[in-house]
Design a protein around this ligand. Structure first.
Ligand code: HEC
Length: 472
């Protein structure tokens, strides 16, 4: 912690200086991120290439000067790191990765790099994990975020939890830096994820073992695997955190109710058909479960865990989202349907479909029809302030953004191949989109609707969630 004092002083002074000049302050370069995340890149071996340190440790006379490493050491002391930091700083432009020589010089020309680097091209694409780590450091913290984020208790921090549907766990992303901070393993083919309100646990459905896996934070230890009544799909938690609902996709389908104190599967609620996604409405009153084969939404009372009514629609029920009335009660269910490139809205009280919005083709973009699994549009989210609806298209790799309540398209943005799911930061400023075809999470500024980062994650990322978790 010795280094934190001068570091903070640097941040304050640079922000103050920029503010005094009447401009938007350039993001501060973070020394700790440099020391712990960037420096390992300088000592890493890449295929057929020397390490950065081998050449920039003194042998070549360039502006990138790295301190020599003492015999046997794998990383630099804080003091030596500070000298490396000073040298690297001169080769980057804070906030602008693509105008930073440290990032463009060793980057392949085809990927936007410059023409030649005497040490060879070390990164073939901008999606390279190392390149993205450098880019995250150069972009700096997403500063405006903290101001609008609701108060966060000590020892906890906002994380984006990104499951890897072809893998065995999830990546946790810090939205302040867009770096992966922890990687969960040991949950095979995770389908859905949610977290306890106190941030001490993750709950993931395990499609291989047919269990709900309970993971402790911040250790990421799997504390329990609770047997389910069949193969699960998605999962939802009550607002008080006492019950988790698991959608059972295996026929005949059901909603399993998990008591989170006893860590037991206490009830299997019969619903209409096998269940794909399940949600708890924002007011906590209802568990809402959708069936693809039965084309029906089942509404379960969370007080009694009984099925109260069903809403049949024209096609299979895919992702859903909710809008609320002034008092917090559910107003509309927004639904993506099988084989429909768009969404419909359903009045919650009457159960009647009230609007149908089809996403238009995007000129100049090639439509993808392969591997859609009957869901051309998959991924829905309502902004925390309730004014925007984001819907993702696997056909075009775009998010279509609509105003609420009037459902006018206000913009669209490319979010990668086969986007599957999306989640807002608590302040609504950024949205994280799982690009299943790119093994990447696209980060978009919600107000400008522009991409700000790509975070490499595991294989075939699908469901994701935002949580305020206990962190190491
Ligand atoms: C085989 C030796 C070698 C390796 C390995 C090497 N470089 Fe270089 N690097 C050079 C040489 C020689 C130059 C000067 C010529 C040029 O600009 O390309 C240079 C120049 C640079 C510059 C421009 C510095 C300036 O003065 O403008 C940057 C930035 C840079 N390298 C970054 C890196 C990074 C980052 C790595 C590791 C990913 C790396 N280099 C690996 C040899 C190397």
């Amino acid at each position: 912690m010795r280094q934190s004092v001068p570091h903070l002083a640097f941040v304050v002074i640079s922000l103050w200086a920029a503010g005094a000049a009447g401009q938007t302050p350039a993001p501060a370069l973070d020394f700790d991120t440099f020391r712990t995340r960037v420096q390992p890149i300088f000592t890493a071996r890449r295929d057929g290439l020397q390490t950065c340190l081998t050449c920039h440790g003194g042998k070549v006379g360039t502006r990138l000067r790295l301190e020599p490493l003492p015999e046997g050491a794998t990383t630099w002391s804080v003091e030596a790191s500070r000298k490396n930091f000073e040298s690297a700083r001169g080769l980057v432009k804070p906030g602008a990765p693509m105008e930073s020589r440290l990032l463009t010089h060793p980057l392949d020309r085809a990927a936007g790099g410059d023409s030649f680097h005497g040490g060879g091209k070390h990164w073939a694409t901008q999606t390279d994990t190392e390149w993205q780590t450098l880019a995250a450091w150069v972009r700096g913290p997403q500063a405006a975020m903290s101001a609008r984020t609701p108060a966060i208790p000590a020892g906890r921090a906002v994380r984006i939890i990104q499951t890897n549907a072809a893998g065995d766990g999830a990546h946790l992303i810090d939205p302040a830096t867009n770096l992966v901070t922890q990687v969960l393993t040991g949950v095979d083919i995770p389908h859905g994820v949610t977290s306890s309100p106190d941030g001490a646990r993750l709950y993931l459905t395990n499609e291989v073992r047919h269990t709900l896996d309970v993971v402790d934070m911040p250790s990421l230890a799997v504390r329990a695997r609770i047997p389910l009544s069949g193969r699960p799909n998605n999962v939802a938690i009550t607002n008080d955190g006492r019950k988790v609902y698991v959608g059972i996709a295996q026929a005949p389908g059901a909603l399993d109710v998990i008591d989170t104190q006893a860590l037991k599967n206490v009830k299997t609620v019969p619903v209409k058909g096998s269940i794909h996604n399940v949600y708890v409405t924002p007011d906590g009153r209802w568990a809402v479960a959708g069936s693809i084969p039965e084309k029906t939404i089942s509404i379960v009372d969370t007080a009694t865990d009984t099925l109260t009514r069903t809403i049949p629609l024209s096609a299979g029920i895919r992702p859903m989202a909710f809008t609320t009335k002034a008092g917090g009660a559910t107003d509309r269910i927004i639904v993506q349907l099988s084989d429909f490139h768009g969404f419909v809205t359903v009045d919650f009280d009457s159960g009647k479909e009230t609007a149908r919005v089809e996403h238009p083709a995007i000129e100049g973009e090639h439509p993808h029809r392969d591997g859609l699994q009957g869901a051309p549009a998959h991924g829905l989210a309502v902004s925390p302030d309730g004014t925007r609806l984001w819907s993702t298209s696997k056909v075009y790799g775009y998010a279509y953004i609509h105003s609420l309540p009037d459902l006018k398209e206000v913009g669209r943005v490319f979010v990668g191949q086969h986007p599957e799911w999306l989640t807002f930061t608590p302040d609504g400023r950024f949205i994280y989109v799982a690009a299943a075809g790119d093994d990447m999470v696209f980060v978009v500024d919600a107000a400008t609707m522009k991409e700000v980062a790509r975070v490499p994650v595991g294989r075939v990322p699908k469901r994701n969630a935002t949580a305020v978790l206990r962190v190491p």
